[in-house]
Each structure stands twice: as structure tokens, then as C-alpha cells.
Design a protein around this ligand. Structure first.
Ligand code: AMP
Ligand code: MG
Length: 419
């Protein structure tokens, strides 16, 4: 297996001490290989999973030409330039076809979804006709083949509709069901083990001693991972103690495809986290030109990729969404661009920004007339988790950019969809 350091160093402009976010993303991306194992699951359970086979219809959907409206099935050439009177010879209902053939001067009452009777090609909606005593009066102005849905109009037999690598949404699940497919192949879920480190951390239920904070990172991590649909294992709070850390890392690496930790990666931190990461595997300690979230470790322990996130609660979320989320999607076999969606919005207030780093300010995105506008939430400190809770987007201020004036256009990443 190629060493991560070699892959990272091959990225143009790679500088571990002042790493551009794009370079960090590229380095991570270059190291990842998706999980290969497949599972067969019932169609309902495939929701949110990554498709691992090509879906090729064995049937046309719909299977027959049918009507999109309630009305009368007619032969278009029968309709004259004036009012036409036709003879009603029967009915075609959804699920109950008309058995005969419709001849000249005849028509059949038809309900939405019913198969077009032999001989007919056009449906006149019931609202415009007059039906009385077996005679149906049709006004002029009808168009040939109106209100008819054709066989294979939705899905065509033999023409692939969904490709491997696609994350399956509700519409896909319905579409697969419409083909009569009850079971399909998906990639195995990515396994993620996570824990938090820090001697100042107290667990919920224990009273806080002086200088302690409740561990919140495991809860935000749990939330973010759950939204991604990965399989996870929470290894708890791990004391800053070599034996405890070694046991946790070994435990995690034996099971997981990815290990996510928080805390202990800051510069000058006097603890055992960094040396333990380096001892048990390969770890790169980056200082990323970003705010919040500057220190971060990326590496591998055994077969598991390692994401050592900083300890500050907002930095955890920012680094997760900017690096880990995408990495986990790629590991899960998702095809195409997995990066968060970027939109343009107008800043309604000035934003403090220092050139030379990418900033992820927490913003509130709203619509004003035809325009998307954004303002920052209050305090932007990387320990102020409330700023994430109040926000509905990141305001992404690019590396080279300086202070933003009110009225300037900025990029935003809506939280909705980041799941
Ligand atoms: P560190 O990166 O370990 O230097 O931590 C930076 C800051 O984040 C410190 O103020 C920590 O108390 C805080 N912190 C670290 N881990 C957690 C956690 N799991 N939950 C809440 N706050 C944390
Ligand atoms: Mg710490």
C-alpha cells in the first residue's frame, strides 16, 4: 500500500504547515478507495444506500398505452370539424380492459390508467362531452392522440435507468419498485468508529468538576454520522493516557473503515494523542489555512482511515463537513461530485475576514424578493456551538479574499442537504 505521505506530497502546492483547504481535500481524495463488499437488500431498505448494480428494465413502464384522463376513447379520424356524435359501446377501467375492438363511429368510456381499447388513439375528457342514452356528443377542436400515455414512456425495456454509485432516494426506490424488482445490490455501509479525547471532558450524568466541560462532540458527531447513513461505533471519551488511547485506536482499527477522533491534535498540545496516532499507523499533522479548524490529522491505522479533528465544537463540525463527510461518501462508493452545494448570496452586512485562509462563518440565509441574502450569526468563536445551531448555512469566504463589504456577493453552503 502506498504511503499517505507520498500521495500527499505528490499534490502540487502541498504544504502541511499552511495547507490550502483545496489541497487538503485533494490529498484525502487521492488516498481513498471505496469499500468493495456488496449486500442484497429488499427495495425499501435500499433507501439512502449506494446502488451497486445497473438497473435495466425487463419491462416497459407503463406496459400499455393508457389514458391520462377520465373520458372517452375515440378514433381520431371519426371526429369532424363540427360536433360529432358517437355510439358508446362499453367501458375500459383501470385494471379492467375493454375486450373488443372499437369500430368507426364508436367510442368507449374510459378511466385514468385504463388500457386504450383496440382501434382508439385519442381520449376526449369527460368534462367536454355530453353523454345521453348511449350517444356521446363531442365538441370540435380535439387533437389527435391527446391524453394518451404511451407504453415505455416512463421506463423503456432494456434501457438502463440507474447506474452503480447512485445514492438511492425515495423516487429511485419507487422507480425500482415500478419495475417489479424486489431486491437489489447495494454497497456495504461504511463503518465509522469515533471517540473524543481530553482530560477536561465529563460525561452526561456525572457532575461537572471545576474546569470540566460536558463532552458534546460525540453527540454532534453521532448526529452528523447518523445523517450520512454509516454504521457507527461510539467508543466514548478516552482519557489522555497512552494505554487507554492505544486500546481505543486498536479497537477502532480492527473494525472500522474510518476512525474519527476529536481533540489532542492542536500544535503544542502536551498529550499522547498525536504520538499514539503516529506510533500505531501513519498520520499527517496538518495546519490547514482555514478558520475554524486549523489543526487536523489525516492518516491510516491498519486498514482504517484516520481523521483526527480538533477539539473545539465548531471546528469539529466545520472539518467534518468540509473533509470527513465527502471522504465517507467516497468510501461508501458514491459516484460523482460529493462536495457540498455552493450557492451565491448577497451579504447584508460587512464580514470580517483575513486573506490567506478559507473561513467558514456561520450564516443565516434568507430570501429577499428574488435574491438570496445572508448575514452572519453573532459570535463566531470556534467554541461557540450556538453559532452552528442558529445558522442555516456556512458562509464560505475564499482563501484570497479580505474583508467583505455589505452588498458583496459571497458563497454559501446550505446546511439542508449536507446531511
Ligand atoms: P483541543 O483541541 O483538545 O485543544 O480542545 C480545544 C477546546 O475544545 C477546549 O476548550 C476543549 O475543552 C474543547 N473540547 C475538546 N473536546 C471536546 C468535547 N468532546 N466536547 C466539548 N468540548 C470539547
Ligand atoms: Mg485537549
Amino acid at each position: 500500500m502506498k504511503r499517505i505521505i507520498e500521495i500527499a506530497q505528490a499534490i502540487e502546492g502541498y504544504d502541511p504547515d499552511a495547507l490550502h483547504v483545496d489541497k487538503a481535500r485533494a490529498a484525502i481524495r487521492a488516498c481513498l478507495a471505496p469499500v468493495q463488499e456488496l449486500e442484497r437488500v429488499p427495495v425499501r431498505e435500499a433507501l439512502g444506500r449506494v446502488l451497486a448494480e445497473e438497473i435495466v428494465p425487463a419491462i416497459d413502464v407503463p406496459g400499455h398505452d393508457n389514458t391520462a384522463m377520465d373520458g372517452y376513447a375515440v378514433r381520431f379520424p371519426d371526429l369532424g370539424p363540427e360536433t360529432t356524435v358517437l355510439e358508446e359501446i362499453g367501458a375500459a377501467l383501470a385494471g379492467k380492459a375493454f375486450a373488443g375492438t372499437v369500430g368507426p363511429g364508436q367510442c368507449v368510456r374510459i378511466t385514468t390508467g385504463a388500457v386504450m381499447p383496440a382501434g382508439t388513439d385519442t381520449v376526449v375528457v369527460q368534462e367536454v362531452v355530453k353523454a345521453q342514452g348511449g350517444k356521446v356528443t363531442i365538441p370540435p377542436g380535439q387533437k389527435a392522440r391527446q391524453n394518451v400515455r404511451y407504453a415505455g414512456e416512463d421506463l423503456k425495456k432494456g434501457v438502463p435507468v440507474l447506474s452503480p454509485g447512485r445514492p438511492l432516494g425515495a423516487a429511485d426506490i419507487g422507480l425500482i419498485a415500478s419495475l417489479g424488482i424486489g431486491e437489489l445490490a447495494v454497497r456495504r455501509r461504511v463503518r465509522v468508529a469515533f471517540f473524543c479525547t481530553g482530560d477536561e471532558l465529563a460525561s452526561i450524568g456525572a457532575p461537572l468538576k471545576e474546569g470540566e466541560v460536558y463532552d458534546s462532540n460525540r453527540y454532534t458527531l453521532h448526529g452528523m454520522l447518523a445523517r450520512l447513513g454509516v454504521e457507527m461505533r461510539d467508543l466514548g471519551v478516552v482519557r489522555d493516557d497512552p494505554a487507554a488511547l492505544e486500546a481505543a485506536f486498536r479497537d477502532a482499527a480492527a473494525w472500522a473503515d474510518a476512525i474519527v477522533t476529536t481533540g489532542g491534535v492542536s500544535v503544542g498540545e502536551a498529550d499522547f494523542v498525536k504520538p499514539m496516532m503516529a506510533k500505531l499507523g501513519e498520520a499527517l499533522f496538518w495546519r490547514i489555512a482555514m478558520r475554524p479548524g486549523r489543526p487536523m490529522a489525516f492518516g491510516r491505522i491498519g486498514a482504517a482511515f484516520l481523521f483526527g479533528l480538533p477539539g473545539n465544537p465548531v471546528a469539529v463540525m466545520v472539518t467534518f463537513y468540509q473533509f470527513v463527510r465527502e471522504a465517507l461518501l467516497v468510501l461508501g462508493g458514491r459516484a460523482g461530485d460529493c462536495a457540498p452545494l455552493l450557492l451565491d448570496a448577497r451579504a447584508t452586512e460587512p464580514l470580517r475576514k483575513v486573506a490567506g485562509r478559507t473561513e467558514y462563518q456561520r450564516g443565516i440565509l434568507f430570501r429577499e424578493g428574488a435574491e438570496l441574502q445572508v448575514k452572519a450569526t453573532g459570535q463566531q468563536g470556534s467554541g461557540v456551538l450556538r453559532s452552528m445551531s442558529e445558522a442555516n448555512c456556512f458562509i464560505v469566504l475564499e482563501h484570497a479574499r479580505g474583508r467583505v463589504q455589505a452588498g458583496e456577493s459571497v458563497q454559501v453552503q446550505p446546511f439542508e442537504g449536507l446531511a
